[in-house]
Design a protein around this ligand. Structure first.
Ligand code: SF4
Length: 466
């Protein structure tokens, strides 16, 4: 979908404001369609035959230039692609890069089991969000169809995560697809040598397919065209992965060019998600630590250059953490600050003599303060003021942290019922409005440190209830 206004969408809707879709008006529904909070099917009147042409136009307008592809089935299925802009600030990115981790058919059963457990249960909580891994890439290394089939089956028995089936031999892929077809795996890969047979497998099994032409842009365009001509419509493009040398720079340029052709020139041929395979680092570097570092670096740059799915090997936390952190930052909606709900939060096991502290509802501020309080083993009540998702300093500068808002949250949270004192500790950066808060709330205001990591020491020296 090129950037489109709610008015353009509205003109194609019935315009009766009947509210059947759950929105208050057709214009509100138009905005919800753009935000992907609703789908065309939610407007039942639009299904009437008399709106057929308008519905078709709407479908065309709302189809993103980078096709959205679903890998997997059930609640853990992952969506990739579906992007509409080159730069996040132009709108937002919708589907975070999916991270798949490999197992292969020469690993022992114990090793596969250990890796699957790690992939399945890996979780890091950051700024209130649970960051997880998305899938398992099953590779054939032995070239033995029976062995490959057994490993596919054993992975499926251990996890319901989405799968990628990785082999270049159509015979191996066919065996694996017969077993895993209900899981709608991603097939890796069709190449110039095998595309007719592998393309037919993807068609017959209705699975998304990677078109792979490492380092050869024209070859990739031709391959994509051939697969589309066969009737395939769910492709993922692979222009190759190179961790070092001249090919590294060329790879990044090619990735950006593919995305630009899709979004700015609306070229259907390349309007598909992009895949990177950072685990190629392990073919070059034999030292595990260096290979993990090289892989993480390649993953980061490929993600920054629009890769919608990555296949990795290292399951070291120190290697995965920067990739997850980068992904979280890139795929945060720039129009919506990450916020927590205003109100009162419990830290530790506070009682009626415990301190009441205040902060703002910018999620990073809240979780930093909460983590510092927990690390200092402080039991307290933490009041969170609605500053529209701003941290303390910009909220002060922008007039979004006011005495009146502090009063509102003190009243609405009923914190006065939780403590017998009437003292509130505000952040050092909000010192300027301490007098106004006292006046508005009637509470005694204590000005805390500038840095929340010092709150523990501050309380040791200053907190008494008398
Ligand atoms: S259901 Fe359709 S016609 Fe009715 S309000 Fe929603 S968008 Fe408008």
């Amino acid at each position: 979908m090129a950037k489109v206004s709610p008015m353009e969408i509205y003109r194609l809707l019935p315009g009766t404001n009947c509210k059947e879709c759950g929105e208050v008006s057709c214009m509100a529904f138009a905005s919800a369609l753009i935000e992907r909070k609703r789908t065309i099917e939610d407007c039942h009147p639009l299904l009437d035959e008399k709106y057929r042409d308008k519905r078709k136009k709407l479908e065309a307008i709302l189809t993103p230039p980078v096709k959205e592809i679903v890998i997997g089935s059930g609640s853990k299925a992952v969506k990739i692609g579906g992007e509409e802009v080159m730069y996040r600030h132009e709108l937002t990115y919708f589907n975070p890069t999916a991270l798949f981790f490999d197992v292969h058919d020469e690993m022992s059963s114990d090793e596969i089991s250990e890796r699957i457990t790690r992939i399945d249960h890996f979780i890091i909580t950051r700024i209130g969000q649970d960051l997880r891994l998305n899938g398992v890439a099953i590779r054939s290394r032995s070239g033995d169809p029976t062995k490959f089939g057994e490993v596919v089956l054993s992975v499926m028995e251990r996890t319901d995560l989405p799968l990628a089936i990785c082999a270049l031999d159509p015979e191996l892929l066919e065996i694996a697809l017969e077993i895993a077809v209900d899981r709608r795996p991603l097939i890796y890969a069709a190449t110039r040598d095998n595309w007719e047979k592998v393309g037919k497998l993807a068609l017959d099994h209705k699975c998304p397919l990677v078109a792979s032409s490492p380092g050869d842009m024209q070859g990739l365009l031709d391959l994509s065209q051939d697969l589309l001509d066969m009737g395939l419509s769910e492709l993922v493009l692979d222009i190759g992965s190179y961790p070092l040398g001249d090919r590294y720079g060329q790879m990044l340029e090619n990735l950006a060019a593919l995305r630009r052709m899709a979004i700015e020139r609306n070229l259907n041929l390349v309007g598909f998600p992009l895949i990177g395979v950072p685990m190629v680092a392990w073919q070059i570097e034999k030292d595990d630590v260096k290979a993990s570092m090289m892989e993480a670096t390649l993953a980061a740059t490929q993600m920054l250059r629009y890769c919608d799915i990555l296949i990795l090997h290292s399951l070291e936390t120190w290697s995965i953490l920067p990739i997850l952190t980068l992904r979280q930052n890139i795929y945060t909606d720039p129009r919506v600050p990450i916020q927590v709900d205003p109100g009162v939060y419990t830290i530790g096991n506070p009682d009626e003599e415990s301190p009441v502290l205040m902060t703002t509802n910018f999620a990073l501020t809240y979780y930093t303060v909460a983590a510092d309080l927990e690390a200092s083993k402080v039991d307290c009540h933490l009041i969170v003021v609605d500053t529209e998702g701003l941290a303390v300093e910009p909220a002060m500068a922008g007039g979004k942290l006011t005495a009146s808002l502090v009063k509102d949250v003190i009243v609405s949270s009923k914190v006065k019922d939780l403590v017998k004192h009437r003292k509130i500790i505000i952040p050092g950066m909000a010192a300027r409005i301490s007098g106004e808060i006292e006046e508005a709330t009637g509470w005694e205001v204590m000005v805390g440190p500038l840095d929340s990591s010092r709150i523990g020491g501050y309380l040791d020296q200053n907190w008494t209830v008398s």
